[in-house]
Design a protein around this ligand. Sequence first.
Ligand SMILES: *[C@@H]1O[C@H](CO)[C@@H](O)[C@H](O)[C@H]1NC(C)=O
Ligand SMILES: [Cu+2]
Length: 302
Amino acid sequence: MKISFVSVVTTLVTVAQAHTYLSHLTIAGTRHPEGECLEPYPKLRNRPVLFVDSPDLTCGLNRTKSASVKSCPVQAGTDVIAEWHHNNDSPSDDVISASHKGPCIFYMAPAASEGKGDVWFKIFEDGYDPSTKTWCINKLRDNKGKIAVKIPPSLKPGDYLLRGEVIALHNADAIHTENPKRGAQFYVHCGHITVTGGGSEVPKGYAIPGVYKYTDPGVHFNVHKPFSEYVIPGPPVCAGGTSNSKGTTGQTKPPKSQASSAPKSASYATSSAPVKTSEAKTKTRTKTKHSKTRSPSSYQTV
Ligand SMILES: *[C@@H]1O[C@H](CO)[C@@H](O)[C@H](O)[C@H]1NC(C)=O
Ligand SMILES: [Cu+2]
C-alpha cells in the first residue's frame, strides 16, 4: 500500500514539470545569467501570461525595475543563444513538459522605449514544421532548452530590449477569457543587449500587448486534433530576421478559423539562414510519450 502511494505522488510531481522560463543568454561564448542581460524575475519565474491584452505580455509577469540590468554587447548578424529551463539555470534541468506544443518567437525594441508603444519588431520565429511534425518546443526539449537567435545584420547599433517568448498551446483550443482555466500560455521574458556593428535600420515596430488577439489562428488553436499547418501569430519577421517555419510565417491578416487554410507560400523564404547550433544536428527524434492525440481534458490546466 505504501509503495503504491509513493508511486502516485511521484507521478503527480512529474506531471507538474510543466512551465518554463528564459534562464540565460549566451553571447559570443559568454554565459550571462539573470541580472546580466536578463531582467530580474518575480518570485514565481516560470509562470505563463494568459491575457493577450495584459501589460505583463510585454516582458513577463510582474516585471521588476529593469534599470539595473547590465546590457550585453552583441555583434549584429551573430547569434544570441537563449536557454530555457523549468526550475533552475542548470544545463541538466528539465526544459518544458512534452505536453506543451507551440512556437518560439523573439522580438526587439529600442531600450529607451522600455517596451512601451509601437516599438517591437519580430526578429525570429519558429513554429511547426509539417514535414517533420516538429514544433519549436520539441526542438527546445531536444536541444536542452537552447535556441540560437540571429540579430539582424543591418540593425542600427545601440541599446535594445530582446524579448523571448515560448507559446504553449496544449490548452489553446479554448480562449482564456471564455474559460479562465484554459487558453494559450505565453512564457515571456526580456533581456538587454547593446548591438554593435550593423547598419542603419530600425524596423517598423508594433505594440506588445497588441500584436496578438485571442482569435488569432495561432493563439486559438487545437493541437489535439489533426492539422497540417500552423500560422505563427504576430507580424512578419523584419528584414534580416529569421523564420524557420515553412509557409506559416507571422501574419497580420484578420483571424481565420483553424479549419480554413493558412497562407500557402511564404514571402520571407530566402531572407535568412536556418538556426545553427546542435539543434540542426538533432535528426532522430524520439517520440514523446505525450505525442498521441488525447482529449484536452486529460491535460492539467496549468
Ligand atoms: C505577481 O504578484 C502577485 C501579487 O503580489 C502575486 O500573487 C503573484 O504570485 C506574482 N506572480 C509571479 C509570477 O511572481
Ligand atoms: Cu506549464
